[in-house]
Design a protein around this ligand. Structure first.
Ligand code: NDP
Ligand SMILES: O=C1OC[C@@H](O)[C@H](O)[C@H]1O
Length: 138
């Protein structure tokens, strides 16, 4: 079972959380925000059991085994590293990082901590790219 912790009350969580709640393989355990009031408000909206007033606190929750990182792009690598170092798998919003050196760091930290770090690269599944692939093949 994927037991998710969500880092922030980003707008995209309004689209991500309802999809997760439909998945039989996922449970949303906690949400964190820099503001405990915001975290509690999002938690109440979606019946998420735990709310934290800092991202650090969420990463200490041993019930969570995968973290969703929808922070501003420049913070993706830092928090993916911190999640991996806390022993948690990580799904990072696109772009996974803003520097090639950070991508290399993510590869290293994932291997060292035996976790997966994946990018939520929505465009791979977009119909327009399927159409391009189909056109190239034909
Ligand atoms: N896959 C997809 O289809 C889409 C992906 N995205 C990606 O998702 C990510 C989030 O986008 P979006 O939802 O628009 O982001 P928002 O600006 O709505 O949210 C980002 C959140 O990050 C937190 N945060 C932490 N530090 C800062 C800071 N210094 N300044 C501002 N916010 C901060 C805030 O949460 P809090 O206050 O709760 O701590 C804030 O709500 C981006 O990486 C974007 O590229 C966006 C749209 C679609
Ligand atoms: O990456 C994206 O894909 C889906 C869009 O709705 C979103 O605005 C964009 O950031």
């Amino acid at each position: 079972m994927l037991k998710w912790g969500i880092l922030s009350s980003a707008n995209i969580t309004k689209r991500f959380i309802p999809r997760l709640l439909k998945s039989p393989r996922s449970q949303v355990i906690a949400i964190a925000s820099r503001s405990i009031e915001k975290a509690e408000s999002v938690a109440k909206e979606w019946n998420i059991p735990k709310a934290y007033g800092s991202y650090e606190e969420l990463l200490t929750d041993s019930e969570i085994n995968v973290v969703y990182v929808p922070l501003p792009n420049v913070l993706h690598a830092e928090w993916a590293v911190r999640a991996a170092e806390s022993g948690k798998h990580c799904m990072v919003e696109k772009p996974i990082a803003t520097k090639v050196s950070d991508v290399h760091k993510l590869q290293t930290v994932a291997m060292e901590n035996n976790v997966l770090i994946v990018e939520g690269f929505v465009h791979l599944c977009h119909p327009q790219f399927k159409a391009i692939r189909d056109t190239i093949k034909s």
